[in-house]
Write a protein that binds this ligand. Structure first.
Ligand code: GTP
Ligand code: MG
Length: 197
């Protein structure tokens, strides 16, 4: 897919205020600091379209971007950031779960996983919740540039084995790096195909 345009549209904490039309939508979700906003910038080849930070908790709202005037890309706040207060953690989770339950035009969510870490309970639980709620998702392993190929393969293989303890099959997955553009073509072509069906 060739990116002709990528524009920021709106930020919201209220799902009811998100765009009303039925353009296909793809959401990026995962733990704080996993690289959601960076991946969006990499895909769009724009440095600061989505705001990024070395400190977790940067993205706080539901951010809609419109791509090629024909589909939406959504940057979401991270879950599981320990330093936000308990009450704000709850509000986060509530509006994130609300987003997924109400946003029926969302074609697919990409759950981002840091390829360096062993499977984390919070991610596994989140994906279980997605499954129970019937929300379609794929997995993206991020920060692939941080590992040597062998270590990367080992971690991905271990993740697949862990997933197979609870899932019948490993969901479709991608390996990306926002630093060196790994996975960009594959991911964009995949979205292109979904948009065409
Ligand atoms: P929140 O908005 O806080 O939930 O975080 P986020 O998931 O949007 O993460 P963000 O894109 O802001 O990136 C967090 C940190 O990881 C930043 O310091 C990024 O530069 C770094 N980072 C993200 N992706 C990559 C990557 O592919 N490779 C490397 N080396 N660093 C990355
Ligand atoms: Mg972010």
């Amino acid at each position: 897919m060739h990116i002709k345009s990528a524009e920021f549209l709106m930020s919201n904490s209220d799902v009811a205020k998100c765009p009303k039309n039925r353009l296909p939508e793809y959401a990026f979700i995962g733990r704080s600091n996993v690289g959601k906003s960076s991946l969006i910038n990499m895909l769009m080849q724009r440095k600061n379209l989505a705001k990024t930070s070395g400190r977790p908790g940067k993205t706080q709202l539901i951010n809609h971007f419109i791509i090629n005037k024909s589909w939406y890309l959504v940057d979401l706040p991270g879950y599981g950031y320990a330093r936000v207060s308990k009450s704000s953690k709850k509000t986060f989770q509530k509006f994130i779960t609300n987003y997924f339950e109400k946003r029926t035009q969302m074609v697919l969510a990409f759950v981002l996983i840091d390829c360096r870490l062993e499977p984390q309970p919070i991610d596994l639980e989140f994906m279980e919740w997605m499954g129970e709620s019937g929300i379609p998702f794929n997995i993206i392993f991020t920060k692939a540039d941080k590992l040597k190929p062998n270590a990367l393969n080992r971690n991905v293989e271990a993740y697949i084995q862990k997933m197979l303890e609870t899932w019948e099959a490993m969901p479709q997955y991608f390996i990306t790096s926002a630093s060196n553009f790994t996975g960009r073509d594959e991911l964009l072509n995949y979205i292109d195909e979904l948009n065409a069906t």
